[in-house]
Design a binder for this molecule. Structure first.
Ligand code: ADP
Ligand code: MG
Length: 262
């Protein structure tokens, strides 16, 4: 059989498109048979891996892609870099454990949650990013359309579910109990990364019920790493710096208002 049709039948599209350069390299480097085979299969593998990463990145629905490399640890001295390094090794996803980022607005909670999500995508895991509000809208709509079970199954599927912005809006009793059901489904099976501007003591207010909040925290924290960020807002730092530069040129009424916490 011809090489072209073999590659086609074996669905080795990546190797097929790079075949000439792989052969040229092999001849330049004087590779033996095994060396050449390894190079050829690596070309196929890295093409497939890259495509998989691209696909999982788009399925994750990150609002914006952020990486740990872009995070300035010098700006947040309360943050233990070692903990983040350990988390980025993805052991917590492997063990189906949770991560909770707590802290005031602008300290980098969403940035770090997304960065861990990107790492998980690169490591081959399915990831989904939702704000808590989006999650509750999905669950409530599914409930009212009699397809809650299917929705819960869909939300158990990603090995890492990132729920951003817990605590900005209070939940109704029904929303809190749907959240609890999702948590129970994922418990010890798949990981959650949560961000919140409220300390655990205030979670009773978020869920509108102390007993439910305790049950939620019990499952959430059983296997979890909590990262408390106590520093200053990075957004404000940037505004302040911009303010200093603008103060002499832009009249106050034309300056951008300070951002509402998100
Ligand atoms: P939070 O979710 O805690 O409110 P974000 O993660 O949304 O804060 O951070 C606000 C903005 O500041 C984002 O654009 C983020 O990338 C950036 N940011 C925050 N902290 C840092 C940091 N230490 N280094 C670099 N960028 C940061
Ligand atoms: Mg945020």
């Amino acid at each position: 059989m011809q090489l072209d049709s073999l590659l086609e039948k074996l669905k080795m599209d990546h190797l097929s498109s790079r075949l000439d350069s792989v052969c040229e390299q092999a001849s330049k480097r004087d590779l033996d048979y095994k060396g050449f085979l390894a190079e050829a299969l690596s070309a196929e593998w890295s093409g497939r891996h890259g495509k998989g990463v691209e696909m999982r990145l788009s399925q994750a629905h990150f609002p914006v892609v952020k990486t740990l490399g872009q995070f300035d640890f010098g700006f947040q001295p309360s943050l233990d870099k070692k903990v983040l390094r350990e988390l980025s090794g993805m052991g917590f996803v492997e063990r189906s454990e949770n991560v909770i980022f707590l802290g005031p607005p602008g300290v980098g909670k969403s940035h770090l949650a997304i960065a861990l999500g990107v790492k998980a995508v690169e490591a081959g895991y399915r990831v989904l990013f939702l704000t808590l509000e989006e999650l509750l809208t999905r669950l409530m709509r599914a409930q009212s359309e009699n397809r809650l079970e299917r929705m819960l199954q869909q939300l158990v599927y990603p090995r890492l579910l990132i729920l951003d912005e817990i605590g900005y809006l209070p939940m109704s009793r029904e929303e809190a109990s749907l959240f609890f059901r999702l948590l129970c489904r994922r418990y010890e099976k798949a990981s959650l990364v949560l961000t919140s501007n409220k300390s655990f003591l205030d979670w009773g207010d978020i869920f509108g019920d102390q007993v439910l909040a305790t049950a939620i925290l019990d499952r959430l924290l059983h296997h979890a790493t909590t990262v408390n960020i106590k520093g200053e807002s990075y957004r404000l730092k940037e505004k302040r710096r911009a303010g200093l530069l603008e103060s002499r040129t832009v009249p106050p009424e034309e300056q951008e208002p300070l951002e509402v916490p998100t």
